[in-house]
Design a protein around this ligand. Structure first.
Ligand SMILES: Cc1ncc(COP(=O)(O)O)c(C=O)c1O
Length: 384
């Protein structure tokens, strides 16, 4: 027998209550039962996104709602800013280019945070910019971009601020209304502790004015269709929803409400701190700079002389621990420990112990237990 530990930043582990709820017999979605569930989920998502705006749920992965933000807000040739300091920022660029946008790219080395002052400079120089796209929690690098500061800038311009918080929501603060984030999105297989398959997006009043002007074709991803259905006297969805996933989401939201958003974010901050302490105690270097470290995933450089691909493989084959490797040019150079969603202290302890053992196997000099000890100290100093 071997236990599996999935320490990746998506998909993430799913609590048993959530899994079991999805095994219940199917029921029809044009029923009071579904309407009641949808209303409560809507309220729950508003709580989690910290917004009064509608939050729409799509049967898609996160990329689907990213795409929906382009097709609902823009028209071909519109000028947009895309900030990119990682793989998912790059995806925002590609998506906008695919739909023929005039993209002003604010590109940064992957080890750097997005500089809000650069956005202000471009907005001042280009009053016709329609939207600013940014990733809050860049999963490929663990970097947290300061969307609060960006919101403070963009609110004074006509442009709409679109935030990919796919690995932010449920792990770090992301206050859609207070921070003037017009469009915020997440995916189910992340902080919502669900299997992949759903994505959610909140849309502000300012964003709706952009929707009115948008001429790009849209059908399945039309926000208007979702708003019309949600605002019916008996709220529903325009198309067949992923009923079982929606049931699971209801259960996941119950768990999140019981823990409380503040506590959830605090737990993630402590898990991230312990992971960082453990990794550094082993003598490894963290990838993300101190000013931009998020709570969702901790990437670390593979030390010299160690085969990065082999480290990830051995963790899995020897100890059943799945961590993520590096993406694109960071393949083989970093590994990433996810702690986003249904994670607790001993997930981190287990993983750090596994990393220590694999490093020892690969003849990297590491004192047995040194990372675990550092993480334990963080946990003992910061009970939750
Ligand atoms: C920050 C971020 N944006 C977008 C995506 C794309 O989401 P999906 O793979 O669900 O389409 C991911 C997925 O890992 C992500 O982490």
């Amino acid at each position: 027998m071997r236990k599996e530990y999935m320490m990746t930043p998506g998909p993430t582990p799913v609590p048993a209550e959530v899994l079991l709820s999805q095994a219940r017999p199917m029921f029809h979605h044009r029923t009071p039962r579904f309407t009641e569930l949808l209303i409560s989920i809507e309220e729950g998502l508003k709580y989690i996104f910290e917004t009064k705006n509608d939050v729409f749920i799509f049967a898609s992965s996160g990329t689907g709602v990213m795409e929906s933000s382009v097709v609902n807000l823009l028209s071909s040739g519109d000028k947009v800013i895309c900030c990119s300091n990682g793989k998912f920022g790059d995806r925002l660029v590609k998506l906008n280019e695919t739909y023929g946008m005039n993209v002003i790219k604010l590109e940064y080395p992957w080890e750097q945070v997005v500089n809000p002052a650069d956005i202000k400079r471009e907005l001042d120089a280009n009053p016709d910019i329609k939207a600013v796209f940014v990733v809050q929690s860049e999963t490929s690098t663990g970097i947290l971009n300061d969307v609060k500061a960006i919101g403070e800038i963009v609110k004074d311009y006509d442009a709409v601020l679109v935030v990919d918080s796919i690995t932010g929501i449920g792990a770090v603060e992301c206050k859609a209304d207070e921070w003037n984030l017009d469009v915020v999105m997440t995916g189910s297989q992340k902080g919502l502790m669900m299997p992949p398959g759903l994505a959610a997006i909140s849309v502000s009043e300012k964003a709706w004015t952009a929707v009115e002007k948008s001429t790009l074709p849209k059908f399945y991803f039309s926000w208007k269709k979702y708003a019309d259905s949600l605002h019916k006297s008996e709220p529903t969805t325009p198309f067949t929803p992923a009923v079982s996933l929606i049931v699971g989401l209801g259960e996941a939201i119950n768990l999140m409400r019981n823990e409380g958003l503040e506590n959830i974010i605090k737990r993630h901050a402590i898990l991230a701190e312990a992971t960082r302490a453990g990794v550094e105690a082993m003598g490894l270097k963290l990838f993300a700079p101190p000013e931009g470290r998020g709570n969702a995933v901790t990437p670390a450089w593979i030390p010299d002389g160690v085969d990065g691909g082999k480290l990830v493989k051995l963790l899995k084959s020897e100890y059943g621990i799945t961590v993520a490797g590096g993406q694109d040019y960071l393949k083989g150079k970093i590994f990433r420990i996810g702690h986003l969603g249904y994670f607790d202290r001993f997930d981190i302890i287990t993983t750090l112990a596994g990393v220590e053992m694999v490093l020892a196997k690969m003849d990297y000099p590491v004192t047995s237990g040194i990372g675990v000890q550092a993480a334990e100290k963080v946990f003992m100093d910061n009970p939750f």
